[in-house]
Design a protein around this ligand. Structure first.
Ligand code: ADE
Length: 223
């Protein structure tokens, strides 16, 4: 899979993709993540990418031409399954969105910034708008990082034990069961007996039961 991220702040996105599972996925050539600085496509000698909004009002708006030009260039090089715009008014990013996008070949993520982007981009070029939650961030970069991370870990072969993605919270609309490691007892706090029993079927039943219980208590709307 290839993910192209267009941003005016590429520096903000360098670190999140250079560690741990995402870095390993890149090393294994399971994903390519390309950061593009929108300013490289800016207009005039100032590399201008934003301008005042028509009709007046505070805040700068990302202009149509730099975004159009970079997306046209990328599209001339390969076909894209989705061109995503990160925005608080997009569809909510959920596990099912991550599952869906992880099966794609090539996607573009355009990070919103300032007051927004010229609406014609959203009408004519963007194929999907995604929000990571009902709150407003200063820009779409952190949202792009979260979306990318959520997708990449689901690409087949990225997690060493593929079943560990299947047992994630939300994969079956249930929260994950609790997990424990050594020591068996700390401060008088004990690991549930069943997990030490070596009885696979009982452990599986216990985990399922815990998942249901936790979901009922913590996120009843998921049931
Ligand atoms: N940009 C600003 N806030 C955002 C949000 N909640 N989700 C996605 N992109 C954003």
């Amino acid at each position: 899979m290839r993910i192209d991220i267009i941003t005016v702040l590429p520096e903000l996105l360098e670190s999140p993709f250079n560690h741990s599972i995402v870095q390993r996925a890149k090393d294994k050539k399971l994903v390519e993540i390309h950061l593009h600085n929108l300013r490289d496509y800016g207009l005039n000698k100032y590399n201008q990418v934003d301008d005042y909004q028509f009709g007046g009002g505070s805040g700068m708006v990302l202009m149509i031409e730099p975004i159009f030009n970079i997306i046209e260039k990328l599209k001339s090089e390969r076909q894209y399954d989705d061109i995503i715009y990160t925005s608080p008014d997009g569809e909510k990013f959920e596990q099912k969105t991550a599952n869906f996008l992880s099966s794609k070949e090539n996607i573009i993520i355009l990070c919103g910034h300032y007051k927004g982007i010229d609406h014609r981009i959203r009408e004519h070029i963007i194929t999907r708008e995604i929000s990571i939650g009902d709150y407003v961030l200063t820009g779409g970069e952190l949202a792009a990082a979260i979306i990318t991370d959520g997708i990449v870990r689901l690409i087949p072969g990225v997690l060493s034990d593929e079943t560990s993605a299947l047992s994630d919270s939300f994969q079956d609309n249930l929260l994950a069961p609790p997990v424990y490691t050594r020591p068996q007892e700390f401060n008088g706090w004990k690991v549930p007996e069943v997990l030490l029993s070596g009885h696979d079927k009982k452990i599986e039943e216990w985990r399922e039961e815990q998942s249901i219980k936790r979901t009922e208590v913590l996120r009843p709307e998921l049931i």
